[in-house]
Design a protein around this ligand. Sequence first.
Ligand SMILES: Cc1cc2nc3c(=O)[nH]c(=O)nc-3n(C[C@H](O)[C@H](O)[C@H](O)COP(=O)(O)OP(=O)(O)OC[C@H]3O[C@@H](n4cnc5c(N)ncnc54)[C@H](O)[C@@H]3O)c2cc1C
Length: 569
Amino acid sequence: VVRVPDESAYYKEDAGKILVGLFEPNAKPWAQNGIPDDFSFDQIPDDLEHCMPYLELAMKRVPIMENLGIETLFNGPESFTPDDNFQIGESPELRNFYVAAGFNSIGIQAAGGAGKYLAEWISGGEPPCDLWEVDIRRNEPFQNNKTYLANRVSETLGYLYENHFPYHQYSTARELRRTPLYQFFKDRGACFGEVAGWERANWFVPKHLVGKVDAEYLYSWGKQNWFDFHKLEHQAIREAVGMYEMSSYSKIRVKGSDAMDYLQFICANDVDVKTGRIIYTQWLNEKGGIEADVTITRLDADDYLVVSGTLCANRDMNWLKRNMPNDAHCSLFNSTSAEGCIAIMGPNSRELLQSLTDTNLSNENLPFASVCELEIGMATVRAHRITYVGELGWELYFPIEFSNYIAELIELTGKQFSLKLCGMHSVDSCRIEKAYRHFGHDITDEDHVLDAGLGFVVKLDKNPSKYGRFIGYDAVKKRQSSGYKKRVMQFLLTNPDVMLYHNEPILKNGEIIGYLSSGAYGHTLGGAVGLGYIDCLPNETDEDILSAEYTIEVEGVIEKASVSLRPMY
Ligand SMILES: Cc1cc2nc3c(=O)[nH]c(=O)nc-3n(C[C@H](O)[C@H](O)[C@H](O)COP(=O)(O)OP(=O)(O)OC[C@H]3O[C@@H](n4cnc5c(N)ncnc54)[C@H](O)[C@@H]3O)c2cc1C
């Protein structure tokens, strides 16, 4: 098969003839109101006009075709999904109902693997390995909307054949889930990216260039057009103070007289803490693999808030529901859309926030991982002292309609503290420098919590809940006695001009031993930084591991890297 991505076509020999297949960028949705009952392995009427621009390119590419004529024009429907990934697994809405669909035109090629893993999933009752990218739980209910699907799949069909550049964003089905701050950020030069329908500011055109430079991605495999803008945001978080929005992050309220006991059963960390404390924890499966990576805040004796990534709302809710004992007095509520959240992070964040409130924000009064209610201007917010970027800072939570008032107030006051608006790309690069794990990339249901280096938040000796020891307890005990199987290593490329995105091969003494699970440009460390797992022997010391030579392969070139088992930043 010869593929020509730029021309949306592929070619192959087929029984002595030439076959041209098209994956046009403006595909036509079909059967939005259901497939006719009598339609089976059939065709739909030709639309030569629609295909002609691509067939003309094909005739230029293979000139002999110009005079051959078309013997068969086959127009067959195919199922496409909003993100070009399959829909596999147990439905989050109906126990024991398994799905294998949405194969995006590669259902024959993928059938062996999809069938094997789905069979194992059905017989084992859980995914046999990390299948998060294709897991049906990644979808939000709105993604079943017919108009949304028609708009988006018109693009995903063609995208299958395009160059998959880093940071690519779809252009269809956009501006769907906009927080009240959408226009605020847009006016200030935001370039938005989309996750689960949410529009999130990924980076900003600097103030003096707003209106002169388009807030749009120019994709490439090297440093993209926003590289220098990202640097300013990254540095603001490290050296001054950055403000970014976290309203799209998934939020679930767990309430009821059994909430503590229930979460104690779900979480590897101890949630029986004082009201007003924040706990960082993982939810484990029976193998010790990580099902979720969340912060949990005890808002009251019987009221907890679970916060995790934007894509995780459905998955986390599903895990909570399926593991809840029948007699538990405990309710779950997805409060994502109810509460807005603005983070202010960086060394100047305390002075900035202090200038807005009478509450004493000293470390003694408001230590790390604590929460308090603050009055800032006319708004009352819940300030969570926590960080995902490795700096002093607060996440401010409030009823979502206060978003603009609070953002404007912080922006105005922030001027004297060198506040900068920051996007999600700077959050990502800061967290990778600090080696904070990201669910879906660095930690998944197949990564044992101890191998992932997160044993420090696993509390084997906490009081068992009335529902028993936490899920995964035995697997942690077992791994504790048998020793690590792998470790997370951080890599900093020596050549500051080379980029990392994730999935690049890791070499140990010249042999490929794994791949990067995360990658971004670390402007403080001065180069591209990646995280990845390396296999190790149970009794291997840090010195043993570090004595080898590690390199990373980027676009076929072996790149030197410095490595560390602890965060370099
Ligand atoms: C022209 C064309 C070329 C393609 N080329 C390739 C290729 O080269 N390589 C590749 O990997 N893929 C290719 N594909 C895609 C591939 O065929 C699909 O991705 C794959 O067949 C999807 O498998 P599936 O099991 O999800 O669905 P299907 O193969 O559509 O199977 C669904 C089955 O369910 C049955 N069914 C429907 N409703 C009911 C019901 N109510 N009760 C019981 N049964 C029902 C249907 O009759 C059908 O047998 C091509 C597709 C087309 C149309």
